[in-house]
Design a protein around this ligand. Sequence first.
Ligand code: SAM
Length: 230
Amino acid sequence: MSYLQRIKYLVRHHGPKAVAAKCLGLVGDRWFDWRHGVDNNTPLQLDSYTIVGESRQNATSYGASRFLPLRRLFRLLRERLPGEGVFVDFGCGNGKVLLVAAYCGVRRVRGVEFARELCNLAKANWARFCARTGTAPASGEFFEGDVATYACQPDETMYFIYNPFDKVILEKVLANLNASLHAHPRPLAIIICNPDEIYQRVMREHPEFPLVQTPRFWGYPFFIYMNQPG
Ligand SMILES: C[S@@+](CC[C@H](N)C(=O)[O-])C[C@H]1O[C@@H](n2cnc3c(N)ncnc32)[C@H](O)[C@@H]1O
């Protein structure tokens, strides 16, 4: 299908407003990547990567979040959450979410990624981002490993999840978070981008993390769960 045919198809099925928003979203992403030296050279199939850990069969394919919806999300989080905790991306891919977080004023970010090449790419993107912005805008850390066995740290207060794995791993993540909260009680938010019905059901089965808000930015729904809503 040519570009023109694809646009016609999208306009017919989703309406001109949705297509315009999508195009603007793409332009926003290209701008962010160009301005901050983000390398997006990331094949979508995980088979092309060296995977650390046991959870390969529970993972989905690669896909990156978009700059414009994330910018709106971080604006909202700044109003709602205490600013000093670490923001963690579970399955950080090329690190884009963490770069946008830092760009939007989050001061400490951490990524966990089990595909070795993607984790290295995230580190390289972070280094270029810091060089382009002059000084390190935030502290950034990247862990190569499986989120299923990741020991959540007491300084972490925001966890971001964008469609990386199935419910088996989500349950393990929630168990790890509960263990961490038991040892180090603190307010904590889990932000899930575009969760499917299965994810939503698993979260409903964990009333310790009630759903507090479902904003939609540039067509992307975010589900925000907090252990101490207030
Ligand atoms: C859909 S991509 C999202 C990337 C990034 N969070 C974003 O929003 O742009 C999901 C990422 O999660 C990683 N992933 C999947 N399962 C994982 C696991 N069990 N442990 C660590 N990373 C995982 C994949 O390699 C991939 O990079």
